[in-house]
Design a protein around this ligand. Sequence first.
Ligand code: SAM
Length: 271
Amino acid sequence: MRVLVLSTPVGDAELAADRLWVAGARAVEESTSQGATAVFRTVLAEVDDVSLALLGELPPDWVVTFDEVDDAPAQTWREFVKPMVINDYLVIRPAWLPAQRNAQVLEIEIEPGGSFGLGDHPTTRLSADATWRLARTGSRVLDVGCGSGVLSIIAARRGATEIVAIDIAEAAREATNDNSRRNGVSARLTVSTTPIAAVEGTFDLVVANVLAPTLVAMAGDLQRLTASDGCLVLSGVLAGRHDHVLAAMEPMRVIATSELERWAAVELSHP
Ligand SMILES: C[S@@+](CC[C@H](N)C(=O)[O-])C[C@H]1O[C@@H](n2cnc3c(N)ncnc32)[C@H](O)[C@@H]1O
């Protein structure tokens, strides 16, 4: 397994940890034993170039290297995770834990593999709740940066009939296919590594839980792909620090914002 090692000035530690979580880190080990340097070890993708692409452009004094390690120690986080309660009606359950079988609750089963989206990160929790509320029976949904496929599966279980899920990471494509089969919705999902610029048509709901710079870069495509009476949900942005993302989405306007643990999700519509 390829472990990514990120070294940053200690003053940037919080920013660096956030960057790793949003890039898809499952578990991040941090040490500041090297004085003025914070060192983070995590796993993003099997291919180093993909890990670098997921991280995006970094400040010049942040240094990335890679280590090869045995798989076993990197898997211990699995013993500690719990089902994630998103709202009164939706739970995301790690696939290796027993089902709760409460008829009132929609339970999504996720095996993240090497991808992001077990439901424990605040941006996934915010996006999952928005998808649960906004995906309508018979609707078309686009999931940009699908990771484990968690949002696509919620949309499908809420009755969306056609879901297109895209991600730059091959591991995410595999995980989304695998998880859609586990949850019995694979017939309604099309999963690929197609770039957003090549996606055609319009969607009643577009969800994009990716880094703010990526959202800005995709702004034109996100607007183009959201139906005139549809809704665009953005996450992966920090609460109170995403005005530049909203500016890039103009003339779309904000209809709701939700926040959790310093993160935000924003719902937008066309004017
Ligand atoms: C924060 S994770 C979100 C995963 C899942 N949708 C969730 O909400 O938990 C971001 C995902 O976006 C993907 N990603 C990053 N840049 C992308 C791009 N330009 N196009 C498509 N996917 C991208 C990453 O590979 C990663 O799986």
